[in-house]
Write a protein that binds this ligand. Structure first.
Ligand SMILES: CSC[C@H]1O[C@H](OP(=O)(O)O)[C@H](O)[C@@H]1O
Ligand SMILES: Nc1ncnc2[nH]cnc12
Length: 297
């Protein structure tokens, strides 16, 4: 089914979205699936969005790199992805991502729920605003604290035997697609970053601009290349470890979806635009108002 963003039907809506990263291209326990193709003012999302039911709750699932993993981290259409989810009425995004560990105590098969991010990306469109509309959202807490806390509880309820969970960690986002040099990896450690990935920025910034609560379930796959004895990361090595943990990640997501639906946590993100929009809507031209319509309502 193909629909322009202005005509998404009320029946095609979901409060909760899962963005699946490397190795998580579908959710095996999703039932009643419908696939929707959404066009946005920022182009097409990475793929069709799959609406389905998990634990009796309607969720939207989007594969970040597209089916077949065709998009590099720099090519992912982050703005179209977040805008399309906003169009569906999404208020909570759980991002699932493979990450390297920058700290000895964070090991492959562990899961990390970060609370901070450092953006080292260089060539990505990272705002919906500009061209006649200015907003400055707060990114002091880039991941929604309420949703992150809920993910930690979801992990505990999922009774996972392998690995352990860690919260209060800093995710550094690099441009990629190459992995880091050893000097960069050491530098990120000196910055006190804990985990490293290539995708959660500008995703988190755009989710905040769209007033959507965003938190990450990061699956540790490797020790990047700083570790004196562990093998340096390769894509093959990272994906193999990710696949060992994909079922566990889906268990955590199922618990998280049930908790979000039961609690509908209030998020700092939900009112992010209230104090951030500098340009009065009346001062925007019609094109700008139409482009930003899903975010401004
Ligand atoms: C295949 S390892 C590198 C790749 O995995 C991560 O992707 P995602 O965050 O979508 O799981 C990392 O950011 C890189 O894009
Ligand atoms: N070491 C690493 N660096 C960047 N992204 C990653 N994704 C998984 N492992 C990674």
């Amino acid at each position: 089914m193909t629909i322009p963003h202005t005509e998404v039907l009320a029946t095609l809506s979901a409060d909760i979205a899962i963005i699946g990263g490397s190795g998580l291209y579908q959710m095996s326990s999703l039932t009643n699936k419908r696939s929707v193709t959404i066009q946005t003012p920022y182009g097409s999302p990475s793929d069709d969005i799959v609406l389905g039911e998990l634990e009796g709750v309607t969720v939207a699932f989007l594969t970040r790199h597209g089916q077949g993993h065709r998009l590099t981290p720099s090519e992912v259409p982050y703005r179209a992805n977040i805008y399309a989810l906003k169009t569906l009425g999404v208020r909570y995004i759980v991002s699932v991502s493979a990450v390297g560990s920058l700290q000895a105590h964070l090991k492959p098969l562990d899961m990390v729920i970060p609370d901070q991010m450092i953006d080292m990306t260089k060539q990505r469109a990272s705002t919906f605003f500009g061209e006649g509309a200015v907003a400055h959202v707060s990114m002091a807490d880039p991941l929604c604290p309420a949703l992150a806390e809920l993910l930690t509880r979801a992990y505990d309820q999922a009774n996972i035997i392998e690995g352990s969970s860690h919260s209060k960690a800093t995710y550094v986002c690099i441009e990629g697609p190459q992995f880091s040099t050893r000097a960069e990896s050491e530098w990120y450690r000196q910055m006190q970053a804990d985990i490293i990935g290539m995708t959660n920025m500008p995703e988190a910034k755009l989710a905040r601009e769209a007033s959507i609560a965003y938190a990450t379930l990061a699956l540790v796959t490797d020790f990047d290349c700083w570790h004196p004895t562990e093998e340096a990361v390769s894509a093959d090595y990272a994906i193999k470890n990710l696949l060992k943990n994909a079922d566990n990640a889906q268990k955590v997501i199922r618990e998280a979806v049930a908790l979000i639906a039961a609690e509908l946590p209030e998020s700092i993100a939900h009112s992010a635009l209230a104090q951030a929009l500098v340009t009065p809507i009346d001062a925007m031209d019609e094109h700008t108002k139409i482009r930003l319509a899903a975010l401004l309502t």
